[in-house]
Each structure stands twice: as C-alpha cells, then as structure tokens.
Design a protein around this ligand. Structure first.
Ligand code: FAD
Length: 266
C-alpha cells in the first residue's frame, strides 16, 4: 500500500506580498512555503504510515527549487519524492496542471489499496480545482474537504466539513481525498529525518519521461494547453469608512431602516 501526496510550493503570503506593475505576483522576491493544506495532507499520510508502515510518496510540479520543499517532506517522514518539471509544463492553468500531475501519478501507479491525497486549495491559485481534476482524470472516486480520515482495510471513512456541519462518507481505495487544516497539526521535521533526507530517492519527471503518456499532449499542457487565461489582475480599491450609528437597539434599527429606505434599498 502507498499514499501519494501532491504538494505545491507557494509564495509565503504571511509576510509582505510583492506585486509587479502588471498586477502579477512578484514570486522571485518572496519566500516560499509548502501550501498549508498540503502540509495537512502530508501529515495525514504520515499518520497512516505510522499505523500501517505504508510507503508515502510526495509529488510536486514546479521549477527546480521546489526540490527543497520535497526534501523537507522527506525530512518529515515521506519515503520518496518526485519533482515534475519541464519548460513544456510552464504556464499551465489548473486543467493542464492536473493533466500533468495525473500523468505523473499514473506513471508511479495507483494500485487497489492506494490513496492519493491533495490539499483542498493552494493559497496562491486558490481554485481548489486541481485535486478533483486529478481524480477525474485517473477515474478515482474523490472525497473533498476532509476534516478526519479513518482507515479500516480498504474502506476509508472521511468526515467532510460543510459550511454548516459535517458529512461522513465511506469510500473504497483507490481514491483521492482533499484535505483541510482542521484535519490535523502537521509535525515538524525531525533531526533524524533531516539527516536522512539526502539518502532518500528524489526523482525528476521531465517532459521526456512523460511525453508518451496518453494524458500528455501539446494541446493539453503548458500555456498553449491551458483553456483559461488571466484577463486582468488588480488590487480592489479600498472601501471608504462605514457609517457608525449610535444609540440603543430599537432606535439604531429605526435609523438604519430610514437610511436604507432613503437610498431605495428597502
Ligand atoms: C493562464 C494561467 C497561467 C498560469 N501560469 C502560471 C505560471 O506561469 N507559473 C505559476 O506558478 N503558476 C501559473 N498559473 C497558476 C497555476 O496554474 C495554478 O497555481 C495551478 O494550476 C494550480 O492551481 P491552484 O493554485 O488554484 O491549485 P488548487 O486547485 O487550489 O490546489 C489544490 C491542490 O492541488 C494540488 N496542487 C496544485 N498545484 C500543484 C502543483 N503544482 N504541484 C503539486 N500539487 C499541486 C495541491 O495538493 C493543492 O493543495 C497560471 C494560471 C493560469 C490560469
């Protein structure tokens, strides 16, 4: 049994966010981190590894420096890492990204008792599309928004977080699950883990390695294979200061209703 965890390197938006004059993120001037939800996905995989001894493989698509993030995942306890990286993959939107990641995961092989884990969404792209798209392309059942995962043989019980409650779903492996921060508290790298990280396998899947896969085609990868284009990106104008109404409850409500009526809102 193995668990494949798809992790993405993202700009660290907890510090100063640098924006280019054209509105795009100035990624080069910002620190990078592992996407937070992906850390929860990795922790979930490592917990199952602790209980069952299964293998954990981390995969990312990104530029060469993303290998540093993969080494950190290995230091946390993952067994193998795969960096999917090629000029041909650059500029991919979510459709093309999931196409390439699905091909890479398929190349690793998803067997009967395997699980694929993703974060719910990346803090830069923020679409939450890549996990579900990978599942579709690999014909895997998917469960999203996982706040708890329990494994009993080939049956996985997932508690999904909804806006106003929870839903419990049972799914059979092989399956894909997207994870949220409520799932767990990611562990730190251990000293032993850091020591071992450079002796663990880190493979690179370039265009040559994936080009014969049925999902890989010039029309479905990279900028040319991306059906979405960023039309415009901008910082919304700051809103003015709101109006504060003073007074007791009933009196304030009457004032508010009067203002809204004057503006023909009610
Ligand atoms: C036209 C267009 C051009 C773009 N060009 C670029 C570009 O040149 N450079 C660039 O960096 N971005 C680019 N992007 C953004 C990039 O394509 C998206 O960040 C990417 O498709 C993932 O989407 P997301 O961030 O919304 O991920 P989400 O769907 O929110 O991510 C959900 C989960 O999917 C997994 N995941 C997502 N992306 C990856 C990944 N790369 N590796 C491993 N797992 C992943 C993670 O588990 C993540 O938690 C472009 C987007 C568009 C629309």
């Amino acid at each position: 049994m193995k668990i494949i965890v798809s992790i993405k390197q993202v700009p660290d938006t907890s510090g100063k966010v640098a924006v280019n004059p054209d509105g795009t993120l100035n990624r080069a001037s910002m620190q990078t981190i592992t996407n937070p939800d992906d850390m929860n996905a990795l922790e979930a995989a490592l917990k199952i590894k602790d209980a069952t001894g299964c293998k954990v493989i981390v995969v990312t698509m990104g530029p060469a420096p993303a290998a540093g993030m993969l080494r950190e995942a290995l230091a946390m306890g993952a067994d193998e890492a795969i960096l999917v990286s090629a000029r041909e993959f650059g500029g991919s939107d979510t459709y093309a990204t999931s196409q390439i990641l699905a091909a890479a995961i398929n190349k690793v092989g998803v067997e009967a008792d395997d699980i694929v884990l993703c974060g719910r969404q990346a803090i830069d792209g923020d679409t939450a599309q890549v996990g579900p798209q990978i599942a579709e392309k690999l014909h895997l059942p998917q469960v999203t928004y996982a706040a708890d995962i329990q494994k009993d043989g080939n049956t996985i019980t997932v508690k999904r977080m909804l806006e106003d409650g929870y839903m419990t779903i049972k799914v059979q492996t092989p399956c894909l699950i997207t994870c949220i921060k409520e799932l767990n508290e990611p562990r730190y790298m251990s000293i032993g883990g850091i020591y071992e990280t450079y002796s663990k396998p880190l493979a690179t899947y370039d265009y040559e390695k994936l080009k014969d896969h049925p999902l890989i085609d010039a029309t479905t990868i990279g900028l040319k294979g991306s059906p979405t284009n960023i039309f415009r990106s901008f910082t919304p104008p700051q809103k003015g200061v709101g109006m504060m109404l003073e007074g007791a409850g009933k009196e304030t409500c009457e004032k508010l209703a009067g203002i809204l009526a004057d503006k023909h809102i009610i």
